[in-house]
Design a protein around this ligand. Sequence first.
Ligand SMILES: *[C@@H]1O[C@H](CO)[C@@H](O)[C@H](O)[C@H]1NC(C)=O
Ligand SMILES: *[C@@H]1O[C@H](CO)[C@@H](O)[C@H](O)[C@H]1NC(C)=O
Ligand SMILES: *[C@@H]1O[C@H](CO)[C@@H](O)[C@H](O)[C@H]1NC(C)=O
Ligand SMILES: *[C@@H]1O[C@H](CO)[C@@H](O)[C@H](O)[C@H]1NC(C)=O
Ligand SMILES: *[C@@H]1O[C@H](CO)[C@@H](O)[C@H](O)[C@H]1NC(C)=O
Ligand SMILES: *[C@@H]1O[C@H](CO)[C@@H](O)[C@H](O)[C@H]1NC(C)=O
Ligand SMILES: *[C@@H]1O[C@H](CO)[C@@H](O)[C@H](O)[C@H]1NC(C)=O
Ligand SMILES: *[C@@H]1O[C@H](CO)[C@@H](O)[C@H](O)[C@H]1NC(C)=O
Ligand SMILES: *[C@@H]1O[C@H](CO)[C@@H](O)[C@H](O)[C@H]1NC(C)=O
Length: 526
Amino acid sequence: MISVELLLVSIFLFSLTPIAKTSRVPSVPSCRFSPQYSRDDVLTNPDAFVWDLLYWEGRFHQNNIRYNSANGMTYDGTLLDPGTGLNNLGGLHPFSAASKESLHIMVLAHCIAGDPLAARFFSPEKPEQAAAIAFDIMQKKLEAYLKFNQTYPGFGGFLPWFVSNETDIRPTSDWVNRVPALDNGELLWAVYGVIEALDSSENSKYQRLAKQWQVWLDYAKHTSAEVFYNGTGRVCAVTSISNQSNPIGGFNQSYTCEGNNTLNDPYEGELFNWWLHLFSPSLTVTDKSDLWATKRPQLVSVDWHSNASIGDITVQRGYWFSSHEQWKILELPYLDVPLIKRLYHNAERVRTCNAYLTKNPGMYASVNNITDSTGQILGYISNAGIPSISSQTVQELNVITPYSVFPTILFNQSVGLIWWKNMVDGKGMQNPYGSTESERIDGNGISSFVSWDSKITTIAAILGGVQNLVREKMKRDGVYQEFLDVSQREHERVFGSNLKGDEVELCLPEAKVPVTGAVMDYESCG
Ligand SMILES: *[C@@H]1O[C@H](CO)[C@@H](O)[C@H](O)[C@H]1NC(C)=O
Ligand SMILES: *[C@@H]1O[C@H](CO)[C@@H](O)[C@H](O)[C@H]1NC(C)=O
Ligand SMILES: *[C@@H]1O[C@H](CO)[C@@H](O)[C@H](O)[C@H]1NC(C)=O
Ligand SMILES: *[C@@H]1O[C@H](CO)[C@@H](O)[C@H](O)[C@H]1NC(C)=O
Ligand SMILES: *[C@@H]1O[C@H](CO)[C@@H](O)[C@H](O)[C@H]1NC(C)=O
Ligand SMILES: *[C@@H]1O[C@H](CO)[C@@H](O)[C@H](O)[C@H]1NC(C)=O
Ligand SMILES: *[C@@H]1O[C@H](CO)[C@@H](O)[C@H](O)[C@H]1NC(C)=O
Ligand SMILES: *[C@@H]1O[C@H](CO)[C@@H](O)[C@H](O)[C@H]1NC(C)=O
Ligand SMILES: *[C@@H]1O[C@H](CO)[C@@H](O)[C@H](O)[C@H]1NC(C)=O
């Protein structure tokens, strides 16, 4: 069969304009580039590795793989043929959520801000067009969001899990009249970041789009408490809407928390609490103080015991200690607080050194399980992390995923990439859309799937998250100092006196995923 590389090269040549033909044809890296690099290559010159990685992860960004070019909206992901690695199974997940939107928008923000790394991801053939591509997607996305708000005003502008394969989006059947806070918190701060990028552009068209998005964001400031705030510091994890088609604020509309689950976690869910705290016009000073009081019991200091010369390291207790829990540091400038920076660096010391000491070839994050012989996903493994430093100690620890490295990358890109490489070097872990979802530690299976969560968290981290954009806008909106003060106050109470282990080096992997014969490299990415 024709290799995908050749196919791509010929597409590029075909699409080149006569003018561009005279310029250098961009070189296409090998689809299976990762094993071609040594660990030292990555340690001493991560840039070359990153350049190839961005190229291939960017192949995920195609119509009917990761997004719908008709409306700019994300798709959760797509199954791959277990033999070829191509997307020909009819395995598209036609749905998505605000969390996937947040990843998309974070990368779009960098592209609009002119970051050449983001341009490499979106448009490696014509990097000079990348910002215009991103602008166009952000414009279509806004249309889809506004139309959704018009059709389903009961959501107050927020997004449930939605069906994405049509021009207009609608709630998936299991999210009719329901909306989650956590994913929307992730979305709001990503939009906040992209507005900063659009607004900083010289181009008045971009500035106009910034203002239009700001209207959407301002609306979410006004509706956030009505939809999600339950009083006395309680935020609904999922809100039940009496009728999504009725307008917010009317006599025939009401909101209640679904079940007893409140959004009181000190992890990524906190992004929504910050939105309420900093921007809801309805919250009183008492409400704001209650918001943090409700969360306090969950913010716990715990020491990881290495049983080795590494010694003990103090971290914030995890829920599972899945990397997914660190999503918030991609978005808000938490690391501007020195104590939090030390604490989150410690988390990566523990994540990497625990994996090294337990001879794990990779690390853990909540992820899709492997696919079976018919190519179907067996389930979703939420409970994957480090049990000894988590509140939830019953965990399933057979499957590792490349994206577990994203918080490590925020502290030391080379070390994070070496762990990524160590996982991706496993059989079948590269495909024509970049890295593969997950793999078993024993080498007996992979998840023949690609998704936003397992891929683009890493890209967002390589780009540094949107915290730099968000910080600038927070300063202009006059909320930055409050963010620092409250963050410092909450962490000082728990971690202020004694943080052990912050001189420890991050660890590098030694074990490899065994080659068992159960998994082969994809035919299209050998
Ligand atoms: C979109 O996906 C849904 C759910 O799988 C399906 O019911 C619907 O027919 C699809 N619509 C289009 C236009 O493909
Ligand atoms: C959302 O819909 C409501 C009700 O129709 C409307 O008042 C509001 O302005 C809309 N929000 C945005 C951002 O357009
Ligand atoms: C809070 O949620 C409960 C359900 O958990 C509901 O009965 C109550 O009306 C809600 N109160 C407010 C103020 O939203
Ligand atoms: C929800 O509201 C819409 C429009 O206001 C109405 O047509 C529909 O019947 C309502 N649904 C239910 C279940 O009451
Ligand atoms: C719900 O109330 C709004 C005004 O608050 C009204 O416009 C709408 O017609 C009402 N819908 C139903 C189904 O009663
Ligand atoms: C909510 O908590 C109360 C008190 O702990 C309990 O009685 C009730 O059954 C819980 N409701 C749900 C839906 O879990
Ligand atoms: C340290 O030893 C304990 C008890 O044997 C074990 O549960 C834990 O996993 C070990 N930690 C590491 C990092 O090996
Ligand atoms: C994951 O797959 C393994 C088989 O490889 C199975 O034993 C386990 O129950 C699955 N777990 C989930 C959550 O799907
Ligand atoms: C990253 O870690 C490597 C290996 O421990 C080290 O050599 C390098 O100095 C670190 N880089 C940064 C920026 O800390």
